[in-house]
Design a protein around this ligand. Sequence first.
Ligand SMILES: *Cc1c(COP(=O)(O)O)cnc(C)c1O
Length: 382
Amino acid sequence: MFDKQTLKKFETLETPFYYYDLDLLKKTLDRYSNERDRYSYHAHYALKANANERILSIIKSYGFGADCVSGNEVSLALKMGFNSKDIVYAGVGKSDKEIITALNGGIFSFNCESIPEIEVINNLAVGLGKKASISLRINPDIDAHTHKYISTGRAQDKFGISPWMFESVIRTIDNCPGIELTGLHFHVGSQITDLNVFELLCIRINDLQGWFREKGLLLKNINLGGGLGVDYSDPDAFPIPDFTDYFKIINKNLEVYPGQSVHFEPGRALVAQCGTLVSRVLYVKMGKGKKFAILDAGMNDLIRPALYQASHKLQNLTSNGRLMKYDVVGPICESSDRFGKNILMPETGRGDIVAIRSAGAYGQVMSMRYNQKPLAPEYYSE
Ligand SMILES: *Cc1c(COP(=O)(O)O)cnc(C)c1O
């Protein structure tokens, strides 16, 4: 996967660091935007997956809007030049200050997750002499068949408004002069690899839209959120997700009414595969019936394995030895600071370079300074 020149460059650099393959990023964006444009859909990139400014400006150049989950993300999107009319803002806990930032920014839509939130947005909008466009983030009670920590659309999850509350939501909005209801929003989970989930989601949306139409409420936009998964086990064989099938399934199953626009919020699917966390082996240590390969990168740099049992492909880029098994761990004082158990790698020693693949999404953006470790820098293929 990494050519000789790139490997040579890695060897000159202090580890750990993030490396971004901008060529792969652009190919991925190209593929996505072709499929998006085939159906005239709109896409808002989920900034929380990776808010690196160089990556953001490339993504923007492919015609993406921004999907934000905090006031600071809204500010960053505006600063990076995303059109305010292409910015959507979700989140169960929007603070007054964050709502005011978004109202002043003139964003496309607040994706609202509760009645009290709608009331607060209304009060703040009226105070500023503005009208807020909102979509209702619906909890459709769908199991995305993904890890429980990244499922967001089941009845027991904290996200969205459940259908049994629709009557009172509509009554609330009727009494809110600062609110205009313009759409419905869904986001049922992340790292979804079973495309049937999206078919199910469309069928559910058709049904829910019916309820609103019966009440005479015509919605201008439908937002299906993000969630499309990537191949963490074989990033070289499948570097770009199957956007063709994804959009085909949606186009086939979603009922779209005249004048309606359809929106998406991809995050992981666009940026995961272009990023690698590059580390060096500090020590190989004998354990009870096993060997530990201890890296200089840890959960402070990439928390996904510790946070939701995620697994990333691990590659020793410098050894040609015979294959052996290692528990690959980081230096942080937590037992959960582990990248993999029983990982087959060529015989590994101090100083070997180990790549932790598919780290472009929810990697660097979640890194932290626990144990007073510094934040890893980033380098690019260009
Ligand atoms: C995180 C998030 C996304 C992006 O999810 P991916 O799985 O990275 O595509 C989209 N919409 C909302 C509301 C989110 O919170």
